[in-house]
Design a protein around this ligand. Structure first.
Ligand code: FAD
Length: 378
């Protein structure tokens, strides 16, 4: 299904570095807009980085930074996902979410959470009393104090969406090459020459979607990087399907500056997921799981949903967020050199990918107005 025949003489309109969810969405968007695209991925398959392990929530952006590129891309991505989900056969659990307060301090923060949601255009949020929450989720611990309902938060899955984006792109003419790590790049007046572990390729424009290695790829191409990746690990526990009847709505904590906190949610596969943690580390590749953190997650889950006590755990896993020294996405275009980076897509990239791809194409189109979108794409 994935095409791998690439001739050395081709000069592509665009080379996309990285087949995470962001890269797959970018390849799809650029191909649908009429560009000739080459995807270069260092791993043996797509999703070899951050995108292989996350919480799988399709966010409304209710708690995203106000007036940010992040919230704009999340909301554009959210809308496009819903628009194409049926056509591309993508899963969607219409769960809604409840931000739950468990003490007086958290209760006092619900007003600002609701206000931020409204500022972000998520107008259908509403306050819930303790009784309303317990009526909606009878297995919730009775010491819950109140919450905010976010009706349109949904659960998707991390893998089928990027696979579908890339499949559609390849069906419409994209070339995708795996085991092709970008090592270096040289720009002359017309195009980039990209040195990879699978050979040398040429492209007029490069989009860096290298996630956990975004800064290293920028260094390889430009000689220096405008940001540094600081991986932030998140560990998860997956309860057996027997637990799926215990919670219908995504249960969110009151978030902090640093993390959205530990979530309890069903998965599209019928399990219950608890996590993630938020742990800084230097390693960009390995995401280990550790017993004390997993036990703390189980304890936190049982404190919120007591009937989870004793439920079998069927899996544990961990993922790495491509965080940087700043909270915001690190998106920057160098029109002169034909280079765009979509970096530091920390913790909302599954939701934002389709929106980021549209944003990337809009930036690109400003510099290259001569493309004609496909009229009847597959
Ligand atoms: C614990 C956790 C929970 C999360 N929960 C959610 C959630 O509920 N909802 C949500 O929307 N988002 C969530 N996210 C965020 C989301 O997973 C990320 O934002 C997203 O995966 C980032 O994707 P990316 O494509 O930018 O990076 P990556 O997935 O890291 O993709 C980069 C790709 O580039 C490749 N690459 C790197 N260097 C090179 C090179 N030199 N040459 C060629 N290829 C290269 C890599 O192999 C990799 O495949 C979560 C993330 C984590 C870790």
């Amino acid at each position: 299904m994935i095409r791998v025949s690439v001739s050395d003489d081709d000069v592509y309109d665009v080379a996309v570095i990285g087949a995470g969810v962001v890269g797959c969405a970018v390849v799809r968007r650029f191909v649908l807009e009429g560009a000739r695209v080459l995807l270069l991925e260092r791993g043996a398959d797509l999703l070899s980085g951050a995108s292989k392990a996350n919480s799988a929530i399709l966010h409304t952006g209710f708690d995203a930074p106000e007036n940010s590129l992040e919230v704009a891309c999340m909301q554009a991505g959210y809308e496009e996902y819903l628009d194409i989900a049926g056509r591309l056969n993508l899963p969607l659990l219409e769960t809604g979410a409840m931000v739950a307060a468990w003490n007086e301090q958290e209760l006092a923060r619900l007003d600002s959470i609701e206000a931020q949601a409204r500022t972000n255009g998520v107008a259908d949020v509403r306050r819930m009393t303790r009784d309303e929450m317990l009526a909606r989720e009878p297995h919730l611990a009775t010491n819950v104090m109140g919450g905010v309902l976010v009706p349109r938060e949904h659960v998707i899955d991390p893998w089928s969406a990027p696979l579908a984006y890339l499949t559609q792109a390849v069906e419409n003419g994209a070339n995708a090459l795996f085991g092709a790590e970008l090592k270096a790049g040289r720009r002359d007046t017309r195009h980039w020459t990209l040195e990879t572990t699978r050979g040398r390729f040429k492209a007029a424009f490069v989009v860096n979607c290298a996630g956990l290695r975004g800064d290293l790829v920028e260094q390889a191409l430009l000689g220096s990087s405008s940001f540094t990746i600081h991986p932030r690990k998140g560990q998860f526990v997956v309860f057996d399907k027997a637990a799926s009847g215990l919670i219908r709505t995504i249960l969110l904590p009151v978030p902090t500056e640093r993390t959205k906190g530990v979530v309890i949610t069903r998965t599209v596969f019928g399990n219950v997921l608890v996590g993630p943690t938020a742990e800084e580390q230097d390693d960009r590749v390995h995401a280990s799981v550790e017993r004390p953190a997993l036990e703390a997650l189980v304890a936190a889950a049982v404190a919120r949903v007591p009937a989870l006590a004793g439920m079998p755990v069927t899996a544990v896993y961990a993922g790495l967020r491509p965080a940087t020294e700043k909270k915001e996405y690190r998106v920057q275009i160098d029109k002169e050199r034909g280079y765009l980076v979509l970096g530091g897509i920390r913790s909302t990239g599954l939701t934002a990918a389709l929106g980021l791809a549209r944003h990337a194409f809009a930036l690109y189109r400003d510099a290259h107005a001569n493309l004609a979108p496909l009229t009847a794409p597959a």
